[in-house]
Design a protein around this ligand. Structure first.
Ligand code: T3D
Length: 254
């Protein structure tokens, strides 16, 4: 099985499972990931975590799989695009738990998520230019938005290998946890999100997606539309009641 999938307490944990190949991406693994992200639409799933088995998060395309073959990159990249689109379109938080090295399209996958949690053992490299390719799987979209235009050029053109702390300083990742406690910290954060107001979090995600290309006027309208929806949710009513009763709200995601 190229992908391990389990769901507990509203958290769907997806583990890229080719540890012997540093979780390099094959067509099968990409198809499995796309399918799992489709299944994550089930309302019992309220947060998704993508991580890697073994010492790596993901080193991008399995170069052995395509070496010497007459493939059309344009066609092949459709599998990658489907995964990125499903991550962005899923109306609930998707976290990447970067347990080890993230390279090439493996880094792109991490960038596509809503939050990147990194182990102190992780490292990051864009990798594409080292094999004379251009960034793909959304890297040219997400990277400049996270680190700025010229830093994105720098990271792609020179492809340095960054430590977790360097990645944190650049804004490439959001939190760094010590290797020994990493899995526990990831689960704590994922559970916290899974117990959150899932409908509002899904709308927040849609709003951020839209803000990448929208005008202020469009965003003001979008916020009003989304607030209309969030304002009618059960969780909003519960949040208001809990505030007035000075207790912690119990959100159901509805
Ligand atoms: O449509 C398309 O298919 C195009 C899509 C492209 C998307 C992409 O992702 S292109 C970019 C692909 N990825 C890379 O170019 C990364 C290549 N790997 C590296 O630069 C380094 O391996 C790392 C920086 C990721 C890790 O370095 P290190 O020192 O921790 O490990 P290592 O010794 O380099 O690698 C360990 C083994 O994994 C080694 O094999 P060996 O010698 O033990 O038999 C290495 O060849 C193998 N490996 C690493 N990355 C890949 C890989 N094998 C196949 N594909 C890989 N991507």
């Amino acid at each position: 099985m190229t992908l391990l999938q389990r769901c507990e307490e509203g958290v769907m944990m997806l583990t890229l499972n080719r540890p012997e190949a540093l979780n390099a991406l094959t067509t099968q693994l990409l198809l499995d990931l796309a399918k799992a992200l489709e299944e994550a639409r089930d309302p019992t799933v309220r947060t998704v975590v993508i991580t890697g088995a073994g010492r790596a998060f993901c080193v991008g395309q399995d170069l052995g799989e395509i070496q010497g073959k007459e493939i059309s990159y344009k066609n092949h990249l459709q599998h990658y695009a489907l995964v990125v689109e499903r991550i962005r379109e899923l109306d609930k938080p998707v976290l990447t738990a970067v347990n080890g090295v993230a390279a090439g399209a493996g880094l792109s996958l991490a960038l596509a998520a809503d939050l990147r949690l990194a182990s102190s053992a992780s490292s990051f490299t864009t990798a594409f230019s080292r094999i004379a390719l251009v960034p793909d799987t959304g890297m040219s979209y997400f990277l400049p938005r996270l680190v700025g235009w010229s830093k994105a050029f720098d990271l792609i053109a020179f492809s340095p290998r960054l430590s977790a702390d360097e990645a944190l300083q650049l804004g490439l990742v959001d939190r760094v946890f010590a290797g020994e406690t990493f899995q526990e910290e990831v689960l704590t954060l994922a559970r916290q999100l899974a117990q959150g107001p899932t409908k509002a979090l899904g709308l927040l995600k849609q709003a951020l997606n839209k803000s990448a290309t929208a005008t202020l006027k469009e965003m003001l309208e979008c916020e009003a539309d989304f607030q209309e929806i969030a304002g009618r949710s059960r969780d909003h009513a519960e949040g208001m009641r809990a505030f007035l009763e000075k207790r912690t709200p119990t959100f159901t995601g509805e």
